[in-house]
Ligand binder design. Structure first.
Ligand code: AMP
Length: 215
């Protein structure tokens, strides 16, 4: 299976991507996670990415596209992959089409987690993520068993610096301006499968499994 998962910031795509990765033997490729790792390791690319991420802006296409091009050629992608957070611009989508053509493969589906705008800000500002493994929680809707600690690995939970109320407004504006057109791009290719992103995490995941069973 070769999939994309899309949705506005706060739609829950990271959480659902984690469940998909655990249930299916495919590589999970999150460009956001790759950037956060590079920032933590203070690589030259991480330093560049940080200046954009901290403001809620997109990392330039040329940096992001090369990162994904290399990642898609790694061994674990041969069984299939789930791209999470890429493509975020039409230029990235066109580049992805070219990369896939070079590799002689095609996408099977684009999952779109649809959530009404009014829920997004609360979901993002309440989000807490594990510093060690990246697992995602919410202060009300998805609390960890022990406050401040990750259920899976015991790591410390933090609020992502770009999840502040100030930054999120820019991230949503960037989503509507640059990423929403990517969805339209895939609608034209008849690849989009809408999944309602409301309800509890397991219900949403059950809807995703149903959709995946039909492709
Ligand atoms: P995410 O974890 O997917 O919400 O990504 C966090 C941040 O990383 C985004 O707000 C962007 O600044 C950056 N980022 C992640 N993926 C991309 C991408 N495909 N293109 C440009 N910037 C990205």
């Amino acid at each position: 299976m070769r999939l994309l998962i899309m949705g506005a910031p706060g739609a829950g795509k990271g959480t659902q991507a984690g469940l998909i990765k655990d249930a299916f033997p495919i590589a999970h490729i999150s460009t956001g996670d790759m950037f956060r790792k590079a920032i933590a390791m203070q690589t030259p690319m991480g330093k560049v990415a940080k200046t954009y991420i901290d403001k809620g802006d997109l990392v330039p296409d040329e940096v992001t596209i090369e990162l994904v091009r290399e990642r898609l050629q790694e061994e674990d992608c041969k069984n299939g992959f789930l791209l999470d957070g890429f493509p975020r611009t039409v230029e990235q989508a066109v580049a992805l089409d070219n990369i896939l053509k070079d590799l002689n493969i095609k996408l099977d589906a684009v999952l779109n987690i649809a959530v009404d705008d009014k829920y997004l800000i609360d979901r993002i500002t309440g989000r807490r993520v594990c510093l060690s493994c990246g697992a995602s929680y919410h202060v009300v809707a998805n609390k960890p068993k022990v406050e401040g600690k990750c259920d899976s690995c015991g790591g410390d939970l933090i609020q992502r610096p770009d999840d502040s109320e100030e930054t999120i407004k820019n991230r949503l504006a960037v989503y509507y301006q640059k990423t929403k057109p990517v969805l339209d791009y895939y609608v034209k290719q008849e690849l989009v499968k809408d999944v309602p992103g409301v309800g509890n995490i397991d219900e949403i995941f059950a809807n995703i499994k149903k959709v995946l069973g039909e492709i």
